[in-house]
Ligand binder design. Structure first.
Ligand SMILES: NC(=O)c1ccc[n+]([C@@H]2O[C@H](COP(=O)([O-])OP(=O)(O)OC[C@H]3O[C@@H](n4cnc5c(N)ncnc54)[C@H](OP(=O)(O)O)[C@@H]3O)[C@@H](O)[C@H]2O)c1
Length: 309
């Protein structure tokens, strides 16, 4: 385990919504700090209120001013245990996953979660685990928190297995956050970047008109995850945006925002593509809207406020 220097976090303004005493007493461990969601967490002002924060990376070293970062390979059970022993986290946000190949999916998502769960059980900690809307087959939307996973892709199967590990772990204190397409403009998320780059380069791309998701702004997801570290909530929670959009409609909106002509985007339907993809993974977010103070903004709201800035 390689760790960069750690210092105690300097005092920060009190948030209105969160109990400050709990933050100050918390040691927060974030797996996957170098990822897109992890960096959203790293930028969030609420992070400054934790007594201590440690973030992990795997192949892309990152720093976290005022806090520590460590290299961690989640597939190495001993390394995960050693990190827990050294950090003694009171709460963990587990985002790390490797989407590259089927083998790394299973190793990082399934074995990685198994090691995280085992460490949390051995040393204790509240676990906020990040899951995905694609654990559903997309044929029975909208999906509430009590919907059972029926994954149809290797990634979804790995995420569903990870969910089962958390559920059956015997851990006393866990939250499973199911989210959707994580979107952001500063910095731009990889999916949006791909759409913009393709359109700018006049490279034809195809987006589905019948594949629906509920994109969530990375700032809102990060705020919700951090809020959940301190809330007395256990179980599954859908944290996604309130606006159901097809991939095509979403791509067109993103192009309009960037002043790009969406004509380069070809509309298609999943059924004719020959691909196995869940069509409609709309999440019912009414529970999150009751439980969280974090407001989950629609795509349109986020684009409008970015436009007005
Ligand atoms: N992005 C979305 O639209 C979306 C939607 C639904 C759910 N999710 C879930 O959200 C989570 C975060 O997604 P993301 O978009 O932030 O992913 P990402 O940008 O690809 O980041 C993945 C993170 O996992 C780390 N990692 C990969 N393999 C690892 C290993 N063997 N050991 C330890 N760390 C490892 C990476 O470290 P290095 O980069 O340093 O190698 C990186 O920090 C995932 O669990 C994903 O399933 C994401």
């Amino acid at each position: 385990m390689i760790c960069d220097a750690s210092t105690t976090n300097p005092a920060a303004p009190r948030p209105a919504a969160m109990p400050i005493a709990q933050h100050e007493q918390s040691t927060l461990l974030i797996t996957g700090l170098s990822g897109y969601v992890g960096q959203g967490l790293a930028r969030h002002p609420a992070l400054a209120r934790f007594g201590r924060v440690v973030g992990t990376y795997f192949q892309h070293p990152v720093s976290l001013p005022g806090h520590a970062t460590c290299r961690l390979d989640l597939t190495d059970a001993q390394a995960v245990d050693a990190l827990w022993e050294a950090v003694q986290p009171t709460v963990v946000i587990h985002t790390a996953a490797n989407f590259a190949q089927p083998a790394s999916l299973t190793a990082s998502i399934v074995a990685g979660t198994q090691h995280v769960v085992a460490a949390a059980a051995k040393h204790g900690a509240r676990l906020v685990h990040l899951s995905s809307d694609v654990i559903f087959d997309g044929e029975h939307p909208p999906y509430a928190e009590d919907a059972s996973p029926d994954p149809i892709t290797p990634y979804a199967q790995a995420k569903a297995q990870a969910e089962t590990l958390v559920r059956t772990s015997g851990l006393a204190d866990w939250v499973m956050v199911r989210t959707s397409l994580v979107t952001g403009l500063a910095p731009v998320d990889p999916r949006t970047q791909w759409v913009w780059d393709s359109v700018r380069a006049r490279r034809p791309i195809t987006l589905f008109t019948d594949e629906y998701r509920c994109p969530v702004w990375v700032e809102d997801l990060a705020a919700a995850l951090l809020e959940l570290t301190q809330l007395d909530f256990r179980g599954v929670l859908n944290v996604a945006g309130p606006q159901r959009l097809s991939r095509y409609a979403f791509g067109v909106k993103l192009c309009a925002f960037a002043g790009l002509d969406p004509a380069a985007i070809t509309a298609a339907v999943v059924a004719n593509s020959g691909l196995v993809r869940p069509r409609d993974c709309t999440l019912d977010i009414r529970l999150a809207q009751r439980v969280l103070r974090t407001r989950l903004r629609s795509v349109d709201e986020g684009l409008l406020s970015a436009h007005n800035r």
